[in-house]
Write a protein of this length. Structure first.
Length: 318
C-alpha cells in the first residue's frame, strides 16, 4: 500500500512511498489479558490477505489441506464400522467429523496449527468438538486461556469469549490447541502457530505486489514513475495536502503503480508539468522476478512436483 511519507522543505519535494514488509513481532506484555498476535494484533490477517491475493500460494495451501484430510476418517475394524459411522456423523450438532476435519486441516496447512472447542457432558467426557477459526483466536501469556472475537479489527464492537485449556475430567466448554513444533528464540515466540512457509513470505509478497503493480499500471494513467511539477512556487502545508490528495485520488488510485514525486518550483504563470520516469525492460524484470518468486514459494512449501498442486511451470505440460 502507498502512503504519503515526508515533505522535503529544503528541496520543496513531497514523496509518496510504499510501506515496508510486515514482520511478526510478539511482546510478552499482556494487554486485556492476551498477547497481541503481531504489533497491531492483526498479523494473522496479513497472512490471510496473502492467501487470498496470491493464486499460486492459495492453490498450494488448499491442495495440501485436501491431501491431508483425503477422503476422511473411517473405521479400520469392520466390526466397529457402524459405531464409527455414528460417531463421525454426529461430531457436533451442525457438522460431521469429515466436514469439521476439512476446516482444521486447512488451518493446519495455512498456519501450522488450529484450535478446537470441546464441550463435555456432566461427567467430564468430551461430547462435541467445534472448529475455532484461527484468525479469531488469541492466547494469554501462559497459553491456557483463549480469547475469541468475531472481528479483532473491530474488537470494541464485538464481545470476547474466553475458553480455558481442557484437561481430562473438566466439565464445561474448553479449548484444545494443536501446534507443530518449531525452534524459537524464546518461549513467547512459540505461543502462536507459525506457517511452515514463513521463509518465503517475502517472495509471496513480491508476487502480489507485481500483480498489484500490473493492475494499477493498466488501470491508472501514470507510468512506472511520475514527477508532477507545479510552477507557482511553494504553497502552504494545507494546499500541499489538497494537491497531494487530488493527484492520488484522480490519477494514481489507492495503490499507485510506482512512485509519484510532487515538485514545487518558482515559474509564475506556467501550467503544471507531468514527466514520466522510464524504466527500461520493466516487463523482463518482472518476468525474471516472478519466476524467482514462484521457485522460492515452491521451495518454501516443500513442493517438488508443482503439477500436483495445479501449478504449471515453463517447459512442462499437464
Amino acid at each position: 500500500m502507498a502512503k504519503f511519507e515526508i515533505v522535503d522543505k529544503t528541496n520543496n519535494i513531497a514523496f509518496l512511498t510504499l510501506e515496508k514488509h510486515k514482520r511478526l513481532e510478539l511482546s510478552d506484555l499482556e494487554l486485556q489479558g492476551f498477547i497481541r498476535w503481531g504489533k497491531d494484533n492483526l498479523y494473522i490477517n496479513f497472512l490471510l490477505d496473502l492467501y487470498q491475493q496470491d493464486p499460486d500460494h492459495a492453490a498450494i495451501v488448499n491442495s495440501k489441506a485436501s491431501y491431508l484430510w483425503g477422503k476422511g476418517l473411517k473405521a479400520v475394524n469392520v466390526e466397529q464400522e457402524e459405531i464409527a459411522k455414528q460417531f463421525l456423523a454426529s461430531f457436533n450438532p451442525y457438522e460431521s467429523a469429515n466436514q469439521w476435519g476439512k476446516k482444521v486441516g486447512l488451518d493446519a496447512e495455512f498456519v501450522d496449527g488450529f484450535f478446537v472447542n470441546v464441550i463435555t457432558d456432566l461427567l467430564g467426557k468430551p461430547l462435541h468438538y467445534y472448529h475455532l477459526p484461527i484468525a479469531n483466536c488469541r492466547l494469554n501469556k501462559e497459553g491456557d486461556i483463549l480469547h475469541f472475537c468475531n472481528d479483532w479489527e473491530k474488537q470494541y464492537q464485538n464481545p470476547i469469549t474466553q475458553y480455558r485449556l481442557y484437561t481430562p475430567g473438566s466439565k464445561g466448554s474448553y479449548f484444545i490447541p494443536f501446534k507443530f513444533y518449531k525452534p524459537t528464540k524464546n518461549k513467547i515466540s512459540s505461543l502462536y502457530p507459525d506457517p511452515s512457509y514463513k521463509a518465503c513470505l517475502q517472495d509471496i509478497c513480491s508476487d502480489t505486489e507485481i500483480s498489484n503493480f500490473n493492475y494499477n499500471f493498466i488501470a491508472n494513467g501514470f507510468t512506472a514513475g511520475t514527477i508532477v511539477t507545479f510552477f507557482n512556487g511553494e504553497p502552504d502545508a494545507e494546499t500541499k495536502k489538497k494537491i497531494k490528495e487530488k493527484v492520488i485520488d484522480n490519477f494514481t488510485g489507492t495503490d499507485n503503480a510506482g512512485t509519484t514525486i510532487i515538485n514545487y518550483v518558482d515559474k509564475d504563470g506556467k501550467a503544471a508539468e507531468v514527466t514520466a520516469i522510464n524504466v527500461n525492460d520493466l516487463d523482463k524484470k518482472f518476468e525474471v522476478s516472478a519466476k524467482r518468486s514462484l521457485q522460492k514459494k515452491l521451495t518454501g512449501h516443500r513442493i517438488t512436483n508443482p503439477q500436483l498442486f495445479g501449478i504449471r511451470q515453463e517447459g512442462t505440460t499437464f
